[in-house]
Design a protein around this ligand. Structure first.
Ligand code: C2E
Ligand code: CA
Ligand code: CA
Length: 420
């Protein structure tokens, strides 16, 4: 922790160092009076890369982490500087509006990347390489501004859209390959923007996750899914209850009252938990494994089933499969896409199915676009499939009609790479 509290004033004599390249920083500074020079070490030789005067902010990267300082700062003349400690910065941003939080985080993180990249190519002034570095950093600056502006716009419009009912859930059937019946649906969010038309979740979900809006979206999605499952269940002629799989994010679990909110929605709708599956991606799960484990255990105890989405893409150790309460693995569509042509993908799909069976988990293959894939997965004893070949995600009424008039599609057997 810094010995200086925010607001403390530090005086420097000409020639004195304010910060040293390579040391860990925990505060930023604002120059009140005087001026400083910024230096970097180039193969043991000092290189001055700029000077700053009153009003300049220095060492701001220490506001996000304790990575080593990327430059030294030395007083050119006697200076007075104001200290901003990281703790104080964190306190202030935590209570700030989410836009401010998000933009600050995006800007500082991008800025660190930009600094890292441009430092790699900085050459002494006047050389050709330096020109390239300037061009590169200018471009990154532009990208940074565009990203921040775009993110803010999406956030504002999304928040407004959420309140104004512009979000809709589409339902994509999940097929039981053995019975060829629809076993359940995955609920996928769509944003029907009044001017821009349909906006893909690939655009707005990341913004919702970064800004915290995802918590509101997840609750809305669960509420909608409870109503939808009640409607769809009338057309279910299978023995098992129809389920809807709702996508959740680990940010949802960070909320201490997560289970309380979720169960309140279930009770309000009088939905038995067997009708709802929670989906969480493998990579999000690994971001905060302890938080996720605790929340998932509570959800499982309540009666929800838990699916791991995009399985196989999270680059995580398989050992976590033991420690989390998991009912279903969803094989990522990238493996399905390549399994008919690539022997290694086929083997991977086969191994995931075997792994799931050995661990007493169910398996859903995602992204089935061709009948040959469905036939091959059936041969591999994969239990469930989901993909455009069966049906695309669609509005509730169309999903209900699909369920009512369901005629099982016919597979045309094909031969996958390496299949017997
Ligand atoms: P996901 O959860 O992996 O959802 C499956 C995605 O694959 C969906 O994209 C679906 O439309 C698409 N898909 C299904 N079958 C096929 C196929 O045969 N071929 C191809 N190429 N694609 C197929 P979508 O709806 O665009 O959603 C993208 C991602 O956005 C989702 O990936 C999920 O991560 C996220 N998402 C969507 N809705 C929500 C939500 O309500 N909450 C959260 N947290 N995330 C959501
Ligand atoms: Ca999903
Ligand atoms: Ca997926």
């Amino acid at each position: 922790m810094s010995i200086y509290e925010t607001g403390a004033i530090k005086s420097l004599k000409a020639g004195e160092l304010l910060m040293q390249e390579g040391e860990k920083g925990d505060c930023a500074y604002i120059i009140e009076t005087g001026s400083v020079e910024i230096l970097i070490d180039r193969d043991g030789a000092e290189q001055i890369i700029g000077t700053r005067g009153a009003g300049a902010l220095l060492g701001e990267m220490a506001m996000i982490d304790d990575q080593p300082r990327t430059a030294s700062v030395r007083a050119v003349e006697d200076c007075s500087v104001l200290v901003i400690s990281r703790e104080d910065f964190a306190r202030r941003t935590e209570s700030a509006d989410p836009i401010l939080r998000m933009v600050t985080k995006v800007i500082l993180t991008r800025y660190r990347d930009m600094l890292g990249r441009s430092r790699l190519v900085v050459d002494p002034p006047g050389t050709a390489a330096n020109g390239d570095a300037d061009a590169a950093s200018l471009e990154t600056d532009q990208e940074l501004r565009d990203l921040a502006v775009n993110t803010i716009k999406i956030y504002h419009e999304l928040k407004h859209g959420l309140q104004n009912g512009e979000l809709q859930l589409y339902y994509q059937p999940i097929i039981d390959l053995e019975s060829s019946r629809i076993a359940g649906f995955e609920a996928l969010a769509r944003w029907i923007h009044p001017e821009k038309g349909m906006i893909s979740p690939g655009v707005f979900i990341p913004v919702a996750e970064e800004s915290g809006l995802i918590v509101e979206i997840s609750r809305w999605a669960l509420d909608e899914s409870c109503k939808a499952v009640k409607h769809l269940e009338q057309f279910n002629d299978g023995a098992a209850p129809l389920f809807i799989s709702v996508n959740f994010s680990v940010h949802d679990f960070s909320d201490r009252d997560f289970l309380h909110h979720v169960t309140a929605i279930m009770e309000k709708n009088k939905t038995p938990p067997a009708h709802i599956h929670l989906e969480i991606t493998e990579s999000l799960l690994m971001e905060k494994p302890h938080v996720a484990k605790e929340a998932l255990e509570k959800c499982r105890a309540y009666g929800f089933e838990i699916s791991i989405d995009d399985f196989g893409t999270g680059y995580s150790s398989l050992s976590y499969l033991h420690s989390f309460p998991i009912d279903t693995l969803k094989i990522d569509q990238s493996f399905i896409r390549s399994m008919m042509a690539q022997h290694s993908s086929f083997q991977l799909v086969k191994s995931i199915i075997a792994l799931a069976k050995n661990l007493d988990m169910r398996v859903i293959a995602e992204g089935i676009e061709h009948p040959e894939e469905a036939a091959e997965l059936h041969k591999l004893s994969c239990e469930y499939c989901q993909g455009f070949w069966f049906a695309k995600p669609q509005p509730l009424e169309e999903a209900a009609a699909l369920l009512q008039n369901w005629s099982p599609p016919v597979y045309q057997t094909g031969k996958a790479a390496g299949s017997k």
